[in-house]
Design a protein around this ligand. Structure first.
Ligand code: ADP
Ligand code: MG
Length: 413
């Protein structure tokens, strides 16, 4: 459940009545997510630990006559109406690409949606802040359609009763395909996986290559997950992401023929001790990027063990080590992000923290003792402002359950 649940649901119901009239019959709800460990490992076939957070997108609605889908978002103007049997792309950058794209991909996966519908969207995941509002929107739309009985059942499952992890993973891959092929954004599986697999007070492990995954307890009481937005421009990162991918590729090229493998060769197949043994003969930039990725995989492995052993402080220290590696080896930090992590490290309740997402700007994520989260937030605001003159936005979150649907107790139809 999102932290501001009542306000969100109230806003959505009012917006539904306003745009469509009457009452919605069902709801889909899906959280945003934050990466805790495993930075820039995904496209290198590596390991990552994330958490779904208690900020979510909700979709409320009901069936409608005919074969037209209609979405409106409480935050955006118009109603988007489209034929379910010939779903076309809208202009790039429009939110309607996400909603239409989910219908397109679900149709391709499970068969034509059973009937038309009216739906309203509302959410409290900050947009474009690295908390994956887009995947939470996708997963909430998918669950809304499932809850309404519009998605034909796959063999062996009754969607409206129970969705096992096997079908959750298929659904995550379906939503990723929608983002890659319909929306036109080349992203990995982590966002959709996290929004669908989240569990309250648990972290989520994903092997991006094999899709082996797990839910790991964050302890009791679980720490707060505090996301701090540095309020610096993401435009700094333009081009840098592709440059880093190319730099990783330099090391991939060295080892591709030296290490036996099946399928596409990935940087994560190289062992860290092998990289270090070959250090002097390797490209001076590529080897730093590779050391970050390989040591980051190692930190994820250690992080899994730490959480299994109930050692949350050790997990926090691995997050701080991840930031140092980003700053020194991957060079995807910035003075502002470094200042934000330093402010956090000197604030009450801090267990560990790092930049999160692409880097260069945007957010940091911190693990903080739950009872000190408010004092932590206050201290970071003051200290970061003193260091940089910028006022950060601080989101105190908890690890939350993944996507779900619910009947609202009104007849659909
Ligand atoms: P992030 O996923 O990091 O928040 P993205 O740029 O990937 O950033 O996704 C943000 C986009 O997702 C928005 O520009 C919008 O198109 C869509 N979106 C997310 N939440 C909503 C919402 N509540 N209503 C409409 N569109 C939304
Ligand atoms: Mg996104």
């Amino acid at each position: 459940m999102p932290a501001s649940w009542d306000a969100l649901a109230g806003r959505a119901r009012a917006a539904f009545a306003d745009r469509f009239g009457g009452e919605p019959a069902v709801m889909g709800c899906a959280p945003g997510r934050v990466e805790l460990l495993g930075n820039h490992t995904d496209y290198n076939g590596g390991l990552v630990i994330a958490a779904a957070i208690d900020r979510a997108t909700i979709v409320l609605g009901r069936r409608a006559e005919g074969r037209e889908g209609r979405f409106a978002s409480a935050g955006f103007g118009e109603i988007d109406a489209f034929p379910l049997d010939a779903i076309e792309r809208t202009e790039p950058g429009s939110w309607t690409r996400y909603t239409r794209g989910v219908c397109w991909a679900l149709t391709d996966w499970a068969g034509p949606l059973v009937s038309g519908f009216d739906a309203i969207i509302a959410g409290d995941v900050p947009l474009g802040a690295g908390l994956s509002s887009s995947a939470s929107l996708q997963a909430a739309v998918a669950w809304f359609l499932i809850q309404l009985g519009l998605v034909p059942n796959r063999p062996g499952t009754d969607f409206t009763r129970d969705i096992g992890d096997l079908h959750r993973m298929e659904l995550a891959m379906t939503l990723r395909r929608s983002e890659n092929e319909f929306v036109g954004v080349g992203s990995g599986l982590l966002d959709q996986f996290s929004s669908l697999f989240g569990r309250a007070d648990h972290a989520l492990f994903l092997d991006c290559e094999t899709l082996v995954h797990d839910r790991l307890p964050l302890g009791n009481p679980a720490p707060a997950i505090v996301v701090c937005d540095s309020k610096t421009s993401r435009r700094l990162a333009d081009g840098m992401y592709d440059q880093r991918r190319a730099e990783c590729e330099r090391i991939v090229d060295v080892y591709r023929d030296r290490i036996p493998h099946k399928g596409e060769f990935r940087l994560s197949w190289v062992r860290l001790d092998q990289l270090e043994a070959d250090w002097d003969h390797l490209d001076p930039v590529g080897r730093l990027r590779a050391r970050h990725v390989l040591s980051e995989n190692e930190r994820v492995r250690q992080g899994v063990e730490a959480l299994k052993a109930g050692d949350v402080p050790a997990f926090g220290r691995l997050m701080s080590a991840s930031h140092a590696s980003s700053r020194d080896d991957f060079e995807n930090s910035s003075p502002a992000l470094d200042a934000l992590v330093e402010s956090a490290a000197s604030s009450p309740g801090f267990l560990g923290g790092k930049l999160s997402g692409a880097g260069w700007a945007g957010c940091t994520v911190n693990l903080v003792r739950a009872e000190q989260a408010d004092a932590f937030a206050e201290s970071v605001r003051t200290d970061y402002a003193r260091r940089t003159g910028l006022v950060p936005e601080v989101h105190v979150c908890r690890a939350a359950d993944g996507a779900f649907g619910r009947d609202l107790g009104v007849d659909a139809g």
